[in-house]
Design a protein around this ligand. Sequence first.
Ligand code: PMT
Length: 222
Amino acid sequence: SAEKSFAGQKVMITSGPTQEAIDPVRFISNHSSGKMGAALALAFAKKGAEVHVILGEGAVKPAHQNIQIHPVRSASDMFQKAENLHSQMDISVFAAAVADYSPKIAAVEKIKKQGETLTLELVKNIDIALNLGYKKLPHQIHVGFALETENEAFHAKEKLAKKNFDMIVLNSMKDAGAGFKHDTNKVTLFFKTGNPQTSKVLPKDQIAELILSGIKSLPVLI
Ligand code: PMT
């Protein structure tokens, strides 16, 4: 709808994959295309929000006069940008697939082919949503995602509480047409109180509309 129901609201969205350098030519990453984040950014922008997208390398770039793109590569870059913007935001949506670990050392030169096995030492990355969840002020809304392969509802509810989200959007790798890369998704929205809401498999722009309706139904925005 053309209704400007998010006019005056500042929204930050993390979107796409992160890339963690192994050496100058190689990295660790994942299958996120940025389609879900782009659909959300456009939905907010059309409803009048000022939208900031912190966008991983190679992810779909949403274009609209109300959208500003902040390109990043690693989880650490993504965290720095998100932390800078966060205090000015009304709504933060964590749709990115952030690498949980990165190589302890990014080799300066290309790693040469050597023995039959090669061991990479990985260190834990900062959790962007968790860290900013500690800083969340009462007027701020945080929406997380959970990408799961088993015990989906349990893990989603656990992340909702642990990361101080107001709402979490579960997508399961077990559902056909859901999650990474597809133009569609199937989600369940979990709230701090009230019943979860499960969607059908729908185009990501329609899933984005459901997520925005979920946000509008949160007690803090009234
Ligand atoms: O980009 P697409 O191809 O369209 O696919 C969309 C998607 C599947 C990537 C998206 O819908 C999605 O589920 N994104 C979150 C994927 C994920 O990393 O989920 P998680 O369960 O590992 O993380 C839980 C939450 O914490 C997420 O909101 C995540 O952004 C956030 N997180 C995780 C780790 C980390 N270091 N920092 C974070 O902020």
